[in-house]
Write a protein that binds this ligand. Sequence first.
Ligand SMILES: Cc1ncc(COP(=O)(O)O)c(C=O)c1O
Length: 437
Amino acid sequence: MTAYPDSASRSAQLHQRARRVMPSGNSRQTIFFKPYPVYARSGEGCRVVDEDGVERIDFLNNYTALIHGHRHPEVMAAARAQLDRLTAVALPTEAEIALAELLVDRLEGVEQVRFANSGTEAVMMAIKAARAYTGRPRIAKIEGAYHGGYDHAEVSQAATPAAWGPADRPASVANYKGQPKGVLDDVVVLPWNDVEASRALLEAHGADLAAVLIDPIPSRLGLVPISEAYLAMLRETARKLGALFILDEVYCLRLGYRGAQGRLGFAPDLTAMAKIIGGGFPVGAVGGKAEVMAVFGFDDGPPRVPHGGTYNANPVTMAAGLAAMRLLTPEAFARLGALGDRLRSGLRECLKITGRDGQVQGAESLTMLSLSDRPFGTYRDTAYAVRFGEPQAAVHRSLMNRGVLTSPSLLFNLSTPMVEADVDFTLEQVLAALKAL
Ligand SMILES: Cc1ncc(COP(=O)(O)O)c(C=O)c1O
């Protein structure tokens, strides 16, 4: 097996070639890792093979999108059948109705849907819908939470101590140089799970607030879940202030048959979706209560929120997405959940055996191992623990050489082709990597 890193490897050479034509050799910052990412050649089930012929179990699953792993036969058959009929067209197709019906059927907060091409767009459309519905400009989001690349959604996504201000009143920090001040002013940044501080911030901006945007198990916060008290406060305060509740389920729709909202037991006003609903093809969708989604309608005049897009609801994505979602039965989720429990308890055991400090967070098919030497609960803790953790990066590199592909933050996403033996093999590799630290 080619060792990683190896400057003579084909991946290293491809990266050098990429650097001539793309800044840092990259089109997607979120998948880069140092000194160079391995380049993928093929994938099958839960395994991916790189350009040097090295096979690894894929725990990234295109950052959770590939819940059935690579090239699931039924998803491929649906996509192929569609490819043979029609790939893209400036007319609606039946396929988009069928996928929308499935989402409406499963998700309590989704009475109507509109499709787009990414989670970024889904969040953007949800924010615009909330603004149009309330006539207000501002949104509230969690410090450090990732919601994609829409200007308002990315505020304070990667805030650092020099700029982030007091913990109970986080500053609105630009995510890129030159980000308009008007954007920063229209975003209220909340500290995760801090009930009293967040309530005070929301109330202070109440009259201008269109929506509260929440991912209930944010990956950039180490998968520390929302507390019951925090969710209750957010829902109550949003309702009191006349602001909408946007649940970002781009990542966490994979938590169950009825999504994260099913687990949390409430119907958000708007839901942003993407990833698993596209069967491995580019997708995004916003769904919500019919009364709110009416902002996109134009039966009686121009829509309150105009929404076009050359590839919205493209038939290949719709066909693959429908096949992928139909495979996700309650039994399939139960199996993923049991595998996730096995992985999490095994990882905790690895920490115990090696005497390493760390936390294992997550639920169902989402797990993160954070080798932090102090407990954490907010972005400020994880910014210290995950992003700057050298042991974390060392374990990631070591796993690359032990047939396991995860993220540098040690995120382990499960896919349905995985079996207990894959989890057990992975745990053996994690134990070896921890011992080698
Ligand atoms: C919670 C959340 N929201 C939004 C996005 C953006 O989705 P996309 O990458 O499809 O634009 C992501 C991407 O990982 C995400 O995790």
